[in-house]
Design a binder for this molecule. Structure first.
Ligand code: SAJ
Length: 405
């Protein structure tokens, strides 16, 4: 495939790095976003998200004129949809996927499509969404005889995006064989991993299953941790021992599951086969319950101490050594404790420079640990691992990540 023009819809955690690696591979990339400030930031050679090495790569391709950002699409050879696929904010137990952004982005590119263009859906999507993209294109552009459509789900880990984009294997699912092959040839331009082709529904399900597999296994660890607490067993020692078995590999319990992927994607499977997805559904509920269990533990500890104890919430991000607060159970716990009035919350997030988050005043780790009566470890940030036992002596410790256990 020659060096063509690529239009990427959505300049978020996936769209921007993807447009950037294509631009670095020699393509002319246009990044489209609905937010003017995002477009301006990128055109200035800067980035609006925190991700190692992305800033250097963006500055480079923007300065060479290989990546531009715009509020609206243009004609191109390849169109990549990298927009959010959240669930609907409805009350109730099970949650429904919301593919409105995918539909809107597809409609937005339709006027710019030409014969033989390739359209790729990268957003994590419920099974059937790629076919829906194809349907919209056919309805809006009946004049086009041949447009190739494929799904190529992203699988990169936040914090390692620039490495994993290039090195991970990729699954490419076409609405037909020719679409899959065309998409495979495209990703070969920068992807060092193996590119495996299938149909679009299998590719969609594969991505959902990968994240659900992790969710179910974390739920197992979380359930074990709650049972161990009741039985007076140190769960971290227990897991280390059980993992000595050659075919056992229990993951780590925590305060709950956060981020925008693992806590969301399993619902897409539950929604598509509610009566068949009992395990996946239960795992979601187990992980969603864990923050409430942690809050209960803090309440018990506070009641034992009496009065209004000082409670240090160590870490607010959804996982270690990042600044991402999306769907973070740690932030949920800290906010709930602050609102409950059971004590004074000293919240601490070393990866964030702001002094306040959602009304929660932030302080340094040292100050929080020194002043607090109760230390709640919510994230296993490296800064907390180094806090010595002498600093925590005599305090009540609720260590949800096992860094001091
Ligand atoms: N967590 C635990 N215990 C563990 C592992 C994780 O409690 O043993 C928690 C974390 O603290 C965090 C959440 O789970 O709150 C998710 O963290 P993660 O590091 O497992 O995954 P994400 O959400 O950062 O990225 C995942 C990855 N998927 C898989 O590993 C199967 C990534 O490869 C995907 O590309 C990404 O979701 C995505 O975009 O879908």
């Amino acid at each position: 495939m020659g060096k063509e023009k690529i239009v990427v819809m959505g300049m978020g955690y996936i769209g921007l790095p993807t447009a950037t690696v294509f631009a670095a591979a020699g393509f002319d990339a246009l990044g489209v976003d609905v937010k003017k400030e995002v477009v301006n930031t990128i055109n200035g050679g800067n980035i609006h998200i925190v991700e190692p090495d992305l800033d250097i790569a963006v500055r480079d391709v923007v300065s060479k004129g290989k990546l531009r950002a715009s509020l609206s699409p243009e004609k191109g050879d390849v169109f990549i949809l990298a927009v959010p696929t959240p669930f609907k904010k409805e009350q109730g137990d099970a949650k429904k996927p919301d593919i409105a952004y995918v539909e809107a982005a597809t409609e937005a590119i339709c006027p710019f499509l030409d014969e033989e263009n390739l359209v790729i859906l990268e957003s994590t999507s419920p099974v059937g969404t790629t076919e829906r993209v194809h349907e919209i294109i056919r309805a809006k552009r009946p004049d086009l005889k041949r447009v190739y459509v494929a799904h190529c789900p992203e699988r990169v880990l936040p914090g390692r995006i620039m490495t994993e984009l290039v090195e991970n294997d990729r699954i490419v699912g076409g609405i037909d064989e020719a679409s899959a092959q065309k998409a495979k040839a495209l990703y070969k331009s920068f992807c060092k991993g193996e590119i495996i082709t299938t149909d679009s529904r299998t590719a969609e399900m594969s991505k959902l299953v990968e994240n659900s597999y992790r969710d179910v296994n974390i739920a197992f660890a979380n359930e074990i941790s709650v049972i161990c607490e009741k039985l007076g067993i140190n769960v971290w020692e227990l897991i280390a021992l059980a993992n000595r078995h050659p075919r056992v590999n229990i993951l780590s319990p925590g305060p709950g599951v956060g981020g925008h992927c693992i806590a969301v994607d399993p619902w897409f499977i539950v929604d598509s086969a509610p009566e068949l997805a009992a395990l996946i559904h239960t795992a979601r509920n187990v992980n969603d319950q864990k923050p409430h269990w942690v809050i209960g533990k803090v309440r018990e500890a506070a009641a034992k101490i009496g009065g209004k104890p000082k409670i240090a919430c160590l870490g607010l991000a959804f996982k270690a050594d990042i600044d991402d607060l999306r769907e973070s159970p740690s932030l949920e716990i800290a906010l709930e404790l602050a609102h409950s009035g059971i004590g004074e919350v000293l919240a601490c997030e070393p990866n964030i420079e702001e002094t306040q988050i959602k009304g929660l005043k932030l302080c340094g780790a040292q100050e929080a640990v020194e002043k607090a009566d109760i230390l709640v470890v919510l994230v296993d940030h490296k800064q907390f691992k180094n806090i010595g036992k002498d600093k925590t002596a005599g305090k009540t410790i609720i260590d949800t990540r096992g860094i001091w256990s």
